[in-house]
Design a protein around this ligand. Structure first.
Ligand code: SAM
Length: 240
C-alpha cells in the first residue's frame, strides 16, 4: 500500500532505474500527469498495463484525484505517481497526494532518479555546496521582479526552470537585477543528443539568447550566488 514517487528520464531512456521499472511493473494503479506520454514510456520499457489503472493526475484535477487515490491506498493498493519526466513534485504534481497519504498513515516511498535541477547543477561549474531551487518564475513581470529582488543577495547557487521562449525575455531582467557580470549557466537538452551547457555571465548570456534567438529545447537556468566563491568550501587559513 505505499505511495511510490517514481522518477523517470528527462530525455535519455537509459536513465530509468531497475527499481523504477519494477515499481511501474507491479503497482496496482499508475497516476500520471500525461497519460499519453506515460503510455509511451511504458511501451518503450516493455511494461504492459495488463488491466491496471492508468489515471490522469495533474494540476487540473489534483483536488479531486488526490482523495480518490488516497482511498485506493487505504484499501491496500500500491499507487505509483510519475510525471512527464524527472522527479514527481519537483515543479510537477503530487504534493497534495503526498499530504493525503501522510495523513492516512500510508508510507510514501521515493524511487529516485533523474531531476533536471540536480543534473544541471552538478555539471554547471557553479558552486554546489549550497543551492536554492526556485522552480518556474511567475509570468507576471511585477511578481517576477519581486521574487528576483528578494533573491539577489542570496549566497546559494540559484536554480530556475524556464521555457525556452521566455528565456530571452527573462535574461535581461536577471542581468539587470543580479548584475551583468554574475556567472551563470543555461543547461539545455540535458541527457539528450544536443545537451549543451552555455556558461558565461548573465550579461553575455542575455546578448546570446534574445527574444529573436531563443535557445532550442528544454532549459534549466543557474545563477551563482551573491558572494559565493569557489574557495567557500576551503577551510579558513590560519592567521599568523
Ligand atoms: N519534475 C521535473 C524534474 O525533476 O526535473 C521537472 C518538471 S518541470 C514541469 C519541466 C522543466 O524542467 C522544463 O521546463 C525545464 O526547465 C526543466 N527540464 C526538464 N527536462 C530538461 C532537460 N532535459 N534539460 C534541461 N532542462 C530540463
Amino acid at each position: 500500500m505505499p505511495l511510490y514517487l517514481v522518477a523517470t528520464p528527462i530525455g535519455n531512456l537509459s536513465d530509468i532505474s531497475e527499481r523504477a521499472k519494477a515499481v511501474l511493473s507491479s503497482a496496482h494503479v499508475l497516476a500520471a500527469e500525461d497519460t499519453r506520454s506515460a503510455r509511451r514510456l511504458l511501451s518503450a520499457l516493455n511494461i504492459p498495463l495488463e488491466g491496471r489503472d492508468l489515471l490522469a493526475y495533474g494540476d487540473h484535477n489534483e483536488k479531486g484525484m488526490a482523495p480518490h487515490l488516497a482511498e485506493k491506498l487505504k484499501k491496500g493498493l500500491d499507487v505509483a505517481v510519475l510525471s512527464e519526466g524527472g522527479t514527481p513534485l519537483v515543479s510537477d504534481p503530487g504534493y497534495r497526494l503526498v499530504q493525503e497519504a501522510i495523513a492516512a498513515g500510508v508510507a510514501v516511498v521515493p524511487v529516485p532518479g533523474p531531476c533536471a535541477a540536480v543534473a544541471a547543477l552538478s555539471a554547471s561549474g557553479l558552486p554546489v555546496h549550497a543551492f536554492l531551487f526556485r522552480g518556474f518564475l511567475p509570468k507576471k513581470p511585477g511578481a517576477r521582479r519581486r521574487i528576483l529582488e528578494a533573491l539577489k543577495d542570496r549566497e546559494e547557487t540559484l536554480i530556475f526552470y524556464e521555457s525556452p521562449q521566455r528565456i530571452g525575455k527573462v535574461l535581461p531582467e536577471l542581468a539587470e537585477i543580479f548584475g551583468a557580470d554574475r556567472p551563470a549557466c543555461i543547461a539545455r537538452e540535458l541527457t539528450k543528443i544536443h545537451e549543451t551547457f552555455h556558461r558565461g555571465t548573465l550579461g553575455a548570456l542575455a546578448q546570446t539568447f534574445t527574444l529573436a534567438n531563443a535557445p532550442k529545447g528544454e532549459c534549466t537556468v543557474l545563477i551563482q550566488g551573491a558572494s559565493s566563491r569557489e574557495d567557500d568550501d576551503e577551510p579558513d587559513e590560519l592567521e599568523s
